[in-house]
Design a protein around this ligand. Structure first.
Ligand code: WT7
Length: 646
């Protein structure tokens, strides 16, 4: 930890960073990234220290990103072993179950070490070695963290699949990275209900011929179907192995994990993150942005199935020797006071959640918040989508009681860690809705459609001009897709896919995606994925999917569906199609609106004009723009006429 003013307890005398320090460090990080990151890379324990710091190119014909490339280290040793001497008995993970009556667990760093080593040894016994892929499909239980760290320990690459994804989506991800083993649980309790994880794995592997093995954590004790010779119970295997497993020496650029994320075209891509740069960046951002101090109880409400859970529940906090809280449940179970009860119960100091959760809780009034003592809270965070000022104010007044700085953190699966955010000691006048300023080493630019950099107060698309250590390195198995997705449209830049505005103070306001990705409850969904699920149904001839403003979710999923000739458009079919998409992808992809569309607005070359579909979904019929280039302009009138019937 870098600052000397760290003392135990919740209230701290000062923040890690103040305005002057921010400006000085930011200027240093931009003027000499080699020296800056050369210094901050030392926050990790290296087996072989690096001598090269930065070797990166955003040039379209030569995209290559390497940080600390000749250094070696082990991520699990950095998150566990190096803390044992000084904080072996300190709690590493506080686990809070879905059911508030189930006793929380406190896992010390010593215990974390033993459990991670055991799981690493079990994986080895199952044939997993350095470079092999392991899919993790788990509830939010400590074993999910053991699984991640066990992979990191033996140099296996994990790919976590959110437990809310369907068997099909899971199967595609298992195949996509050729996983040797899937780690799962019998059932996942969430919000008082249970998801049959193991059964989903069985279904995902139904046609598997490569004998993917499965390690199963017993969470609920419910019955599961067993595949003889391929399935193993974690609690049985753990008995057979040692609680010590030497960490594998990994190169800084060896892959740590793959995480599939939706894009504007095609199926989700496997974002690849590596070890040295990723962990440096995750741990440094965690410390400064959440103003993490010794003795704090830090809680990020995300799921490890998303990148937020990777960087800000597991890797960043544990690399910093923090106490990180893992929550199995949902904000509204058993009631809308659950988040606040957990804050009070564990004396949480940093609380990091998503605007969609805040909006959902806002709707329940202030009663549930007032019922809990939130005086331990010091810093609040927001992530996943732009936070609307109403939600920001509600969060500030009712949760932070006007005393907690709010960090509105902009980043992406691809960026590995937070890129744009206010820093706690640097906020004097908060700007609700603005992610404000870049973190150290981050060089945002606003571009026009032609890729020209715009100066001063302006708006356009958000791009990054240079690399930072946490950046993704490639798309798993498809480097050319990495280059074409992020570096082709605007040569020489990393293109984020987001639009943004920069105000007169130089603060950034993220305005949302400019591509065909929609943001549903802070989760990314490719419209193309939903479309392909819809057209896979026997009755559907064509489908076009767009986002539209949704009070709670931020954006909802709006589907225009053209049925096969002769198929009748009934309410029953509408329901069936909704459930079909839910089944194909997962509950998060369930359409909010399905509108029958006898025809879709297409250009003469056959391209669907989504701009028009978005406007109709938004009920904004006056600014449809030029429709004269459509092959059949009359379809627009028909869609508008049908809008209210959807
Ligand atoms: C997209 C990335 C990174 C963790 C969670 C989502 C949107 C994220 C913010 C924010 C405005 C935000 C962007 C981005 N987004 N944080 N603070 N303000 N927009 O990760 O699934 O990779 O989605 O989420 O549109 O591109 P993700």
């Amino acid at each position: 930890m870098s600052d000397a003013n760290a003392t135990a307890g919740a209230k701290k005398a000062g923040f890690h960073i103040d305005q002057a320090k921010y400006e000085r460090m930011y200027a240093d990080s931009i003027s000499n990234p080699e020296a800056f990151w050369g210094e901050h890379g030392k926050r990790l324990d290296w087996i072989k220290p690096y001598t090269k710091v930065k070797n990166t190119s955003f040039a379209y014909d030569n995209v290559s990103i390497k940080w600390f490339e000749d250094g070696t280290l082990n991520v699990s040793a950095n998150c566990i072993d190096r803390h044992l001497a000084t904080r072996g008995d300190q709690t590493a993970i506080i686990w809070e179950a879905d059911d508030p009556n189930e006793t929380p667990q406190h896992i010390s760093y010593k215990e974390l070490h033993a459990q991670t080593c055991k799981m690493a040894n079990v994986l080895k016994a199952m044939g997993v070695g350095k470079g092999d892929r392991v899919v993790i499909y788990m509830p939010m239980i400590p074993e999910a963290a053991y699984a991640m760290l066990a992979c990191a320990r033996i140099g296996a690459i994990h790919s976590i699949v959110f437990a809310g994804f369907s068997p099909d989506a899971l199967g595609a991800r298992i195949n996509g990275c050729d996983a040797k083993v899937v780690i799962t649980a019998d059932h996942a309790p969430r919000g008082g209900r249970k998801t049959k994880l193991k059964d989903n794995v069985n279904q995902a592997l139904l046609h598997d011929t490569s004998d993917v093995k499965c390690l199963v954590v017993q969470r609920t004790g419910d019955q599961v179907a067993w595949r003889r010779d391929l399935d193993f119970w974690w609690h049985e295997e753990a008995e057979k192995v040692s609680a010590d497993c030497p960490p594998e020496e990994m190169n800084a650029e060896d892959p740590l994990f793959i995480l599939y994320t939706s894009g504007s075209t095609g199926m989700p891509k496997g974002v690849v993150h590596t070890t040295g740069g990723y962990l440096t960046y995750a741990s440094m951002t965690h410390e400064y942005i959440f103003d993490y101090h010794e003795g704090d109880i830090y809680w990020c409400t995300a799921d490890v199935g998303w990148v937020t859970g990777h960087s800000y529940i597991v890797y960043g906090p544990l690399a910093n020797g923090a106490t990180t809280l893992m929550f199995e449940g949902v904000p509204t179970y058993p009631d809308a006071g659950r988040f606040w009860q957990v804050c009070e119960r564990h004396k949480v100091t940093q609380f990091y959640t998503a605007p969609t959760a805040i909006r959902a809780l806002m709707g329940k009034g202030t009663g549930p918040v007032e019922g809990s003592d939130l005086s331990s809270l010091r810093i609040l965070g927001s992530v996943g989508e732009p936070i609307n000022p109403e939600a920001w104010n509600w969060y500030n007044e009712n949760v932070g009681k006007g005393k907690c700085p709010i960090v509105d953190t902009w980043w992406q699966t691809e960026t590995g860690g937070i890129l744009i955010t206010p820093l706690p000691g640097v906020i004097d006048t908060p700007k609700p809705g603005s992610a404000t300023k870049p973190f150290f080493g981050v060089k945002p630019v606003v571009l026009d459609d032609q890729g020209n950099e715009l100066d001063g107060e302006t708006s356009g698309v958000l791009a990054l001009k240079d690399s930072w250590p946490g950046q993704m390195r490639t798309v798993w198995g498809d480097h050319s897709r990495f280059v074409s997705t992020y570096f082709e449209m605007f040569k020489g830049y990393y293109f984020s896919g987001d639009g943004c505005r920069r105000d007169a103070d130089g603060d950034y306001w993220i305005t949302g995606r400019v591509d065909d990705v929609i943001n549903v409850s802070g989760h990314r969904m490719g419209t193309a994925e939903v479309e392909s699920a819809l057209v896979a149904h026997a009755t559907v001839s064509e489908a076009a999917v767009v986002g539209y403003p949704h009070d709670i979710k931020g954006q909802g999923i709006y589907c225009y569906v053209t049925l096969m000739d002769g198929v009748e458009a009934t309410e029953a079919l509408r329901t069936e199609l909704g459930n079909w998409v839910r089944q194909e992808i997962g509950p998060i992809a369930k359409p909010d609106v399905i509108q029958w569309a006898p025809g879709l607005p297409k250009t003469r070359s056959g391209k669907i004009m989504r701009r028009i579909l978005r406007k109709i979904a938004e009920n904004d019929f006056d600014s449809l723009g030029d429709t004269s280039t459509l092959a059949d302009p009359s379809v627009v009138d028909e869609l508008i006429a049908n809008r209210t019937k959807a």
